[in-house]
Design a protein around this ligand. Structure first.
Ligand SMILES: NC(=O)N[C@@H](CC(=O)O)C(=O)O
Ligand SMILES: [Zn+2]
Ligand SMILES: [Zn+2]
Length: 431
């Protein structure tokens, strides 16, 4: 482990209210100094960050690592390498693996492989129901003891309200959030893309906004009843925003995330039957994007999470209706989000906040240190170039999932260096 001195960059750390030209030093894997002028004496490796942005490492609340069981799509090793390339130093792994992470043994397995092979911090999420089948409760207390940061059946909803209520009661007692994939199954069943004009033109069955909104309404009611912490995944529609905004004014322990793809792409992406644009919830409309951006600006949405969902080329190379849902998103997240900055829709510090302090607050329970460069915190840091233009070449992804609707596209904004726990885990060669 080296000691780093990063000089001349724009330091943005929303948790500390910092946005300005400051140097930052790291020693023994921790942030040791922030200032202008002479740092405390030490043997530093100096990194020149002139014209670059220096921020805390990003936190992804929603990553599919696919191990165990689907190692052909992704592994803990390749998924965390992709995270490092995307600037993420902490990622929360979803439990829809095979076997599903629904007991202590599988949580231990993920943690054990991560301790050997992960290049960034992996925080496991445990299932709500056994086998994600939505029938009986998983071993929530046991998994809490093993160190999960929340509970989710992501990939599937919890269809029964009674089971969800029970899960919330236990989760509240354990002070862990229910991480909710909001989808009313009978409304979404058979749907391929957003219900609307594009679905009609393509002759594909639609998934209406109401599939998301009715489930959000139900689970807000259950959170009110139980006092549980409820975190809503991948919010995609304007109607959902209205529900969350209203519920938040009522003082619920409610948080929500949005993905880079739902903030930047619309259902039109599916017009060429590109299965790489097939994702759940589906890409929606410009009106929805506007509402999602508004919700980031006013704090209704707390975090940006990738929902990185890698699949093999074989999985996606088939007719649209047969392809699995999901976008490989870790490595394009920052570049995609910078579109919002370059077009004047969102200021850079707010994007950084939703990738650092925001998700850290959702995690709570001491993980706040992962989202800020306060002196003494772990040296998790990203140096990025907001002006660097690059072409998305999926063949170069560290992720095994090449399923990106952005393949071949030019993005402006690139992660240059990622430091995790005081070690460089990613460095662009074209510096
Ligand atoms: N988002 C997706 O389209 N797919 C996810 C499941 C999920 O996040 O619901 C996956 O596991 O592939
Ligand atoms: Zn989901
Ligand atoms: Zn997911």
């Amino acid at each position: 482990m080296k000691n780093f001195l990063i000089k001349g960059g724009r330091l943005v750390d929303p948790a500390q209210g910092i946005d300005g030209k400051f140097d930052i030093a790291m020693a023994d894997g921790k942030v040791s100094w922030i200032g202008a002028g002479e740092p405390p004496k030490n043997d530093y490796t100096v990194i020149d960050a002139t014209n670059l942005t220096v921020t805390p490492g990003f936190i992804d609340l929603h990553t599919h690592l696919r191990q165990p069981g689907f190692e052909e799509k992704e592994t803990i090793s390749t998924g965390t390498a992709a995270a490092a390339r995307g600037g993420f130093t902490t990622i929360c792994s979803m439990p829809n693996t095979n076997p599903a992470v629904d007991n202590r043994a599988t949580v231990d397995y993920v943690k054990c492989v991560a301790s050997r092979e992960a290049v960034v911090r992996v925080l496991p999420i445990g299932c709500i129901s056994k086998g994600r089948r939505g029938e009986t409760l998983a071993e929530l207390g046991e998994m809490a003891g093993a160190g999960v940061i929340g509970f989710s059946d992501d990939g599937s909803p919890v269809p029964g309200a009674r089971l969800m209520k029970q899960a919330m009661e236990y989760a509240a007692g354990l002070n862990l959030p229910i991480i909710d994939h909001c989808e009313e199954p009978s409304l979404a069943e058979g749907g391929q893309i957003n219900e609307g004009i594009v679905a009609t033109r393509l002759g594909l069955a639609g998934i209406p906004n109401a599939a998301e909104e009715t489930m959000i309404a139900r689970d807000i009611a259950l959170a009110k009843l139980t006092g549980a912490r409820l975190h809503l995944c991948h919010i995609s529609s304007k109607g959902s925003i209205d529900l969350i905004r209203a519920a938040k004014t009522g003082g619920l322990k409610l948080t929500a995330e949005v993905t880079p793809h739902h903030l930047t792409l619309t259902e039109e992406r599916c017009l060429g039957y590109d299965t790489n644009a097939k994702v759940n919830p589906p890409l929606r409309t410009y009106a929805d994007i506007e509402a999602l951006i508004g919700a980031l600006l006013d704090g209704t949405i707390d975090a940006i999470a990738t929902d990185h969902a890698p699949h093999t080329e074989n999985d996606k190379c088939c007719e649209f209706a047969l392809a699995p849902f999901g976008i490989s998103g870790l490595e394009t997240a920052f570049g995609s989000l910078m579109k919002l900055v370059h077009s004047g829709k969102m200021p850079l510090p707010l994007i950084v906040e939703k990738l650092t302090a925001g998700p850290a607050r959702v995690l709570g329970n001491g993980f706040e240190t992962a989202g800020s460069l306060k002196v003494g915190n772990p040296a998790d840091l990203v140096i990025s170039d907001p002006a660097a233009e690059w072409i998305v070449e999926t063949a170069k992804f560290a992720s095994k999932g090449k399923n990106s609707p952005l393949a071949g596209e030019k993005l402006k904004g690139k992660v240059i260096v990622t430091i995790y726990n005081g070690n460089i885990v990613h460095e662009e060669d074209i510096r």
